[in-house]
Ligand binder design. Structure first.
Ligand code: FES
Length: 65
């Protein structure tokens, strides 16, 4: 389970909340953390949110939506 609520900021550098990332994952059918980076620039500044992106992505892919 991800430790984030929908409105929590996951990537503070890009001001991305969990809900923003989840919506983008589904809208653009993203499959890898690199896809998320290309699409949103999340985890491209300090990289400290990389593992969190990975957790959220894994959780969303498991839902299979
Ligand atoms: S918090 Fe995401 S790049 Fe720094």
């Amino acid at each position: 389970m991800s430790k984030f609520e929908d409105r929590d900021f996951v990537c503070k550098h890009m001001m991305l909340r969990k809900i923003d990332l989840v919506n983008t994952i589904h809208e653009k059918n993203l499959k890898t953390v690199e896809d998320i980076q290309d699409e949103t620039n999340a985890a491209t500044i300090c990289g400290s949110c990389y593992d969190d992106l990975s957790d959220i992505l894994e959780e969303e892919l498991k839902k299979g939506k």
